[in-house]
Design a protein around this ligand. Structure first.
Ligand code: HMG
Length: 388
């Protein structure tokens, strides 16, 4: 007897902030060799939102394109994953619901677990579709990654949103049921409510990521996951692209077929294109790795992609999806390259002026200046309410 129809990703798109900042400007200011960033951590640029952009405007811009192509039929759930929440109570997804004028008959929720929140939302979406294959779930993962100035995390800031549609019998990626999960309470990266910027124990966080990878991998194998050799591509959470290289070296050691750094980097290179230019986008980062692979010149129908998501704190997961035949007809390559190119490059002083500082300041009323080219704009705050 045949099982339930496979479900997974039908369509996927990204959006980002208005500005791009080349790490060469940061290195110059710091008086260090830019290759520490370009080569050492594998990052070239970061995206920065304008004053009138945030997770809602980026998330809505990405989701609008999914709705324009697919309509709203069958969508009864909107999941918004973020760790840069704009309200302690109301889901950012409800603002997007309003901006996109989605049907009222939709449940809308925000999910949070550091960078893992997006994959957590994907797994919840798959559960909803498994219960009723007529339903579709719109998932948005959006974040602005901010660290304090002059800290180790500073070159790994960034901003982006990814939106995707989860449904039965998808055209891009069918997700296999085996999952490997791993949670351990560690204090490697966190952001208390009174701060705009995250606190991080950088070197410790790298080790925590690698330990979580090993834990999730073994759990994946213990729960019916395929052999390492049966996975064609690996798509890791990329806080900086070099992190994925370290992870792949570690995983190949664990699988008994160790790769040198250079070979691991070559194997993963097609997943790096977007994150190298956007910086860390927390919940969106792993999906941008996947989008880079889809939009690359690799022809990969029928091939298996292994996904590893890591959210500091820490929750992680390993699972696999199969690229569907004809997937290329459903991509948005030119649209995505256009979004990268449309960003306005800025120098160090403007970057510095855009940085919000460490602490959240109470501001019940203010208006923003118009900058964004996005169809959606954050206008400011009136009596404590955010206006778009
Ligand atoms: P650092 O300590 O300043 O850098 O920052 P470093 O001294 O370790 O150098 C980095 C690499 O550059 C090294 O290579 C150097 O050799 C190399 P590696 O040994 O790693 O292979 N290097 C050079 N290469 C070429 N030319 C040169 C040169 N100079 C040096 N001239 C650190 C590194 C990761 C600590 C920092 O970037 C950081 O604090 N980042 C933020 C934390 C982070 O991203 N952690 C990742 C794991 S946790 C995670 O992924 C979750 C997260 O996304 C949050 C969430 O879940 O919400 C962060």
């Amino acid at each position: 007897a045949s099982g339930p129809a496979a479900s997974g990703i039908q369509d996927i798109a990204f959006a980002t902030g208005h500005y791009s900042f080349d790490l060469a400007h940061l290195a110059e200011k710091q008086g260090i060799d830019v290759n520490k960033y370009y080569i050492g951590i594998g990052q070239e640029k970061m995206s920065l939102p304008a004053e009138d952009e945030d997770i809602v405007t980026m998330g809505a811009a990405a989701a609008q394109r999914i709705i324009d192509r697919n309509g709203t039929d069958g969508i009864r759930t909107l999941l918004f994953a973020t760790e840069s929440g704009i309200d302690q109570s109301k889901s950012a997804g409800v603002y997007v619901h309003g901006l996109l004028d989605l049907p009222r008959e939709v449940r809308t929720i925000e999910t949070k677990m550091a960078c893992y929140g997006g994959i957590g939302a994907l797994q919840m979406a798959l559960g909803i579709v498994a219960r009723n294959p007529e339903e579709k779930v719109l998932v948005i993962a959006a974040d602005v990654a901010r660290y304090d100035l002059e800290t180790s995390g500073e070159p790994t800031q960034g901003a982006a949103a990814v939106a995707f549609l989860v449904q039965a019998d998808p055209d891009i990626l069918a997700i296999e049921p085996a999952q490997g999960v791993y949670t351990l309470d560690v204090q490697d990266f966190w952001r208390p409510n009174y701060r705009n910027t995250a606190l991080v124990d950088g070197k410790f966080s790298v080790g925590a990521y690698l330990d979580a990878l090993v834990g999730a991998w073994h759990d994946y194998r213990a729960h019916g996951g395929v052999d390492f050799d049966d996975i064609d591509w690996f798509c890791y959470h990329q806080p900086f692209t070099k992190m994925a290289v370290k992870a792949h070296v570690r995983l190949t050691e664990e699988a008994g077929t160790p790769l040198e750094k250079a070979d691991a980097a070559a194997a993963l290179a097609p997943t790096f294109g977007y994150n190298q230019q956007l910086g860390n986008s927390y919940t969106a980062s792993i999906f941008l790795g996947f989008l880079a692979l889809l939009d690359s010149d690799q022809e990969i129908p029928g091939e298996r992609v292994g996904f590893f998501s890591y959210g500091s704190g820490a929750v992680s997961e390993f699972f696999v999806g199969v690229i569907q035949p004809g997937y290329r007809d459903h991509l948005r390559v030119q649209e995505h390259l256009g979004i990268l190119d449309a960003r306005e490059p800025i120098g160090y002083d403007q970057y510095r002026a855009l940085h919000p500082g460490t602490f959240v300041e109470a501001q019940e009323n203010f208006t923003t200046e118009r900058r964004t080219r996005s169809p959606f704009r954050f206008e400011g705050v009136e009596e404590g309410s955010r206006l778009y």
